[in-house]
Design a binder for this molecule. Structure first.
Ligand code: 3PG
Length: 210
C-alpha cells in the first residue's frame, strides 16, 4: 500500500462518493479539501464515475481512489482515469491480481475471517470491512481482527459521525470509510457548503479520537 497507506493513516477517513453528474466532481473535491479532507473514493456505480475520476485527478492534492470495482478490466479503466488506489466491496482474487500486475494499491472487501485469510495469502495488507455496521460494527471488527496481527482494516458501511470514533479507537483500523459527509443527495442538490461543514465535523472527530 506504501504511500497511500501513509496518507490514509494520517487522514483516517475515506469519503465514499456516488456522483450522478461529472460536473459535480470538481466542486465536490474542493468542498472536501476545504473541510480538511483531501481524499475521495469515487464509486464506479454511475455512468458519470469515469469522467468524475478524470476531473478529480486534475487536483494533485486529492488522494483519489476508485470504489465498487467489480471486474479486473475496471482496474485498468480506473487507473487510466487517475485513481491511485482501488477498493472492492467483496474479495475478488481476479481484481487483486490485476491490481498487483498494474502496480496499484488494493483494498479488497472482507466480511469474515475466511476472507481476511484469503487476503493474507494474496499478500494484501489492508482490507475493507464491509458492510461494517450491518455485520456487527466495531465490536465484530475487533473480534475478527484479533487473530490477524498486522492486517489493517478500513471499516465502511453505515458509519456516521456518531459511531466513527468507535472504529477509529481500534488499533487495527487504518481509516474509516463512509458517505455521510458527502451523501449522494447533498451532491445532487449542489450543497457543497454543507459537505464542507460535515467534512470539518468528521475531521474534528478524528482529531479528538487520536
Ligand atoms: C461503500 O460503497 O463503501 C458503501 O456503500 C458506503 O457505505 P455508507 O453509504 O453506508 O457510508
Amino acid at each position: 500500500m506504501g504511500e497511500v497507506s501513509t496518507l490514509l493513516s494520517t487522514m483516517r477517513l475515506v469519503p465514499v462518493i456516488v456522483l450522478d453528474d461529472a460536473a459535480d466532481a470538481w466542486p465536490l473535491a474542493q468542498a472536501l479539501k476545504a473541510g480538511g479532507l483531501p481524499c475521495a473514493e469515487v464509486t464506479l456505480r454511475t455512468p458519470a464515475a469515469e469522467e468524475a475520476l478524470r476531473e478529480m485527478a486534475k487536483d494533485a492534492d486529492i488522494l483519489l481512489g476508485a470504489g465498487t470495482v467489480l471486474r479486473p478490466e475496471q482496474v485498468d479503466l480506473a487507473v487510466k482515469a487517475g485513481a491511485k488506489f482501488i477498493v472492492t466491496p467483496g474479495y475478488s482474487a481476479a481484481v487483486v491480481e490485476r491490481c498487483r500486475s498494474v502496480g496499484v494499491p488494493i483494498i479488497p472487501g472482507v466480511a469474515t475471517p475466511t476472507e481476511v485469510q484469503q487476503a493474507l495469502e494474496a499478500g494484501v495488507d489492508t482490507v475493507k470491512f464491509f458492510p461494517a455496521e450491518s455485520i456487527g460494527g466495531a465490536r465484530a471488527l475487533a473480534a475478527i481482527a484479533a487473530p490477524f496481527g498486522d492486517m489493517r482494516f478500513v471499516p465502511t458501511g453505515g458509519i456516521t459521525a456518531a459511531n466513527v470514533g468507535d472504529y477509529l479507537a481500534l488499533p487495527s483500523v487504518l481509516a474509516a470509510g463512509g458517505s455521510w459527509m458527502a451523501g449522494r443527495d447533498l451532491v445532487r442538490a449542489g450543497r457543497f457548503e454543507e459537505i464542507t461543514r460535515l467534512t470539518s465535523e468528521a475531521v474534528a472527530i478524528v482529531g479528538a479520537a487520536s
